[in-house]
Design a binder for this molecule. Structure first.
Ligand code: NAD
Ligand code: UFG
Length: 345
């Protein structure tokens, strides 16, 4: 019998790709999403890639009664991957309570119900934002946590602490915390990908919309940083590589041989790319020019950060291996898919 996994936020960007990888690895997937930042059509995309329609519950994880009903109606869930969260950094500064309420109540409700329904482990989506501006690169999991620069970032730090305290209290659960670097790209089938609502705040969706002519030009936020070409450096990780890491983490967490109650892993490639390098990578992978100009620095931006992924490489046996050119081609195919007639985007 296949193992049943609850994916919260499973119609979202990373959740949908992870649902695909879980199904392809033989897991049974139950998704809950309140569709605050995604749409139910994503379930069709998942089904058309895998041939299996996941169970979908439209509901809000901050409502414990909804979660209770989900566990009653879908007995035997063994693991949770908690993607459900609000994630726009700028909005979190404007609406901090929305972020604390949504992100923390979701996590607390799930943790609260796990022992009652026999759920053994939870994989949590954290972020390299917990490191702030690193003192050195590549950065590993033992680096100090810096004060958060936004309420969103703070919800990730507090969430990590909540999970740690709960596990240390002797609660009968395990957890793996995954700190993502910069997820980009789309499924190679172009059936699922990132669906930014409104004007994108992140680099890659802005870049692909500019290449597609939806935006006039991309602004590079600063070329006077202390980096080789002056633009900021990030560790861009393909979303399918990222999704696969969740499947491996889940397998490890649910294995009786794994005695660790809580573990933290960086998920990145180990390679930093500047904004200008990323633009060139897109242009050479797709042959499409991206009009851009150099603008002012964006307030609060980190100058350079990239991962030391050794722990995930060695302990999980996972490695990010999709080449950047392929990631760029997939992301461009997805942009064209969402612009095709009858599609949303
Ligand atoms: P996303 O917005 O595409 O997906 C999140 C999904 O959760 C959405 O479908 C949304 O509708 C849903 N959701 C939000 N609140 C909910 C609630 N209370 N109940 C039910 N569903 C709810 O975001 P994503 O990029 O896929 O991110 C997934 C997770 O990874 C988030 O926790 C995010 O903070 C974290 N993360 C993302 C990035 C990134 O750059 N994308 C980086 C680091 C960490
Ligand atoms: N950038 C531009 N122009 C744009 C958008 C971004 O030059 O129009 C630059 C930024 O200055 C930055 C880089 O592109 O140097 C990446 O910016 P993103 O906004 O795509 O990503 P960030 O690294 O700033 O932040 C993202 C998420 C955070 C998360 C972090 C780490 O927004 O929530 O990755 O996972 F915490």
């Amino acid at each position: 019998m296949s193992t049943k996994i609850l994916v919260t936020g499973g119609t979202g960007y990373i959740g949908s790709h992870t649902a695909v990888e879980l199904q392809q690895a033989g897991y049974e997937v139950v998704i809950i999403d309140n569709l605050s930042n995604s749409n139910a059509g994503v379930i069709d995309g998942i089904e058309s890639i895998t041939g299996i329609r996941p169970v979908f519950v439209e509901g809000d994880c901050t409502d414990i009664a909804t979660l209770r009903r989900l566990f009653e109606e879908n007995p035997g869930i063994k693991g949770i991957i908690n993607f459900a969260a609000s994630k726009a950094v700028g909005e979190s500064v404007q609406k901090p309570l929305l972020y604390y309420r949504n992100n923390l109540n979701t996590l607390i409700n799930l943790l609260d119900l796990m022992p009652e329904y026999g759920v053994e482990g939870i994989v949590f989506s954290s972020s390299c934002t917990v490191y702030g501006e690193p003192d050195f690169n590549p950065i590993d999991e033992n680096a100090p946590i810096k004060p958060a620069t936004s309420p969103y970032g703070n919800t990730k730090q507090i969430s990590e602490e909540i999970i740690t305290d709960y596990v240390h209290s002797g609660a009968p659960i395990k957890s793996i915390i995954l700190r993502y670097f910069n997820p980009i790209g789309a499924h190679p089938s172009a059936k699922i990908g990132e669906l930014p609502l409104g004007v994108p705040q992140n680099l890659v969706p802005y870049l692909t919309q500019t290449a597609a002519g939806i935006r006039k030009e991309l602004t590079v936020f600063g070329d006077d940083y202390d980096t080789p070409d002056g633009s900021c450096i990030r560790d861009y990780i393909d979303v399918v590589d990222l999704a696969k890491a969740h499947v491996i983490a889940m397998k490890r967490m649910l294995s009786p041989e794994d005695t660790q109650k809580i573990e933290i892993f960086n998920l990145g490639t180990g390679r930093g790319l500047s904004v200008l390098e990323l633009i060139s990578a897109f242009e050479s992978a797709t042959g499409v020019k991206v009009p851009y100009r150099i603008g002012a620095r964006r307030e609060g931006d980190i100058e350079k950060i990239w991962a030391c992924p050794d722990k995930a490489n060695n302990i999980l046996g996972w490695r990010a291996d999709v080449p950047i050119t392929e990631t760029m081609r997939n992301t461009w195919a997805w942009q064209q898919h969402i612009m095709s007639p009858g599609k949303q985007g």
